[in-house]
Ligand binder design. Structure first.
Ligand SMILES: NCc1[nH]cc(CCC(=O)O)c1CC(=O)O
Length: 306
């Protein structure tokens, strides 16, 4: 049976690039497709830090609803924006081959690094890690899609702002000069795209299975399992990165206090074939090493703000 696969996407330039990549890949396999751009809550509200919503999934919810009400068949997401628990009836259908995982700093000169400075980011994870490394600096909030954030950086006298390299590369906006933040642990699943489908939709799930990149899938699953085990549904400053080299999986993960003064991290290598549950095991080590306490502290701190 032939059917047109309706691809739901947010309508930012980055989201459209990602959805078009999936569209092209499906068409290359002989499928008929149609793009359906949908506005998400996360894109509409620009005046509040994201964590103040107190919910996860602000970017994905609208598309989940569109899928469950049968306006679209599948949805393409930046995987790091997708909550670790999907709504009932929606499943992960494919993880695309991952792009760059790193965060980078766009700046107007780097002299400030050794003195005072102001950095903009809307991410608690980036804020905490920046302050952990540069306690003398100030971090201000920066919201909006990538294009909006670039414009705000231009219009304000901040020293710099932090972006995912993958996001800028995809829309051809990575400038010539930037600072590679190789010490900063990325968000779980940063640089990866996830395609979701309805659990019952065998046709789409089948079509999408051909797009899955297994190595990327193994890595992001371990990172998200680390996140899920630590967070318990709250947006805490958590970073995780798994990389496969030969048959070895190299994992780095960390939990920070919001102000960056506390850091609990872990770094381990394991054979890929033994890596089942590895994200959970690493998270449990962090929880036992003071992570449970720190998570309580973070939750009460965020509850005060919200
Ligand atoms: N939070 C927004 C978001 N979601 C995905 C990306 C970029 C692509 C990716 O990291 O996978 C970005 C922009 C950024 O973090 O700078």
């Amino acid at each position: 049976m032939k059917k047109t696969i309706r691809i739901g996407t947010r309508d930012s330039e980055l989201a459209l690039w990602q959805a078009n990549t999936v569209k092209n890949a499906l068409e290359a396999l002989g499928h008929e497709t149609e793009l359906v751009p949908v506005k998400s809550q996360g894109d509409l509200v620009l005046d509040k830090p994201l964590y103040e919503f107190g919910i996860t999934g602000i970017f994905t919810k609208t598309l989940d609803v569109a899928m469950l009400t049968d306006t679209i068949d599948i949805a393409v997401h930046s995987m790091k924006d997708v909550p670790t628990a999907l709504p009932k009836g929606i499943v992960e259908a494919a993880v695309m081959k991952r792009a760059h995982t790193q965060d980078i700093l766009l700046h107007k000169g780097t002299d400030f690094l050794n003195g005072k400075g102001t950095i903009a980011t809307g991410s608690l994870r980036r804020q905490a890690q920046w302050l952990n490394r540069y306690p003398q600096h100030e971090v201000v909030d920066l919201r909006g899609n990538v294009n909006t954030r670039l414009k705000k950086l231009e219009d304000n006298n901040w020293n710099g702002a932090i972006f995912a390299a993958a996001g800028l590369e995809r829309i051809n906006l990575k400038p010539e000069t930037y600072l590679d933040l190789d010490w900063m642990i990325p968000a779980p699943a940063q640089g990866a795209m996830l395609i979701v489908a309805k659990e019952e939709d065998a046709f789409c799930r089948n079509a999408l299975a051909a797009l899955n990149h297994e190595e990327s899938e193994i890595c992001v699953h371990i990172e998200r399992e680390f996140l899920r085990t630590l967070e318990g549904g709250c947006t805490a400053p958590i970073g995780a990165l798994a990389v496969i080299e030969e048959n070895e999986l190299h994992f780095k993960g960390a939990l920070f206090s919001v102000d960056g003064t506390k850091k609990l991290d872990i770094e381990k290598r394991i054979n890929v074939s033994d890596s089942k549950n590895f994200g959970k095991l690493c998270a449990e080590e962090i929880l036992q090493a003071g992570g449970s306490e720190l998570m309580k502290e973070i939750k009460s701190k965020l509850a005060q703000k919200g």
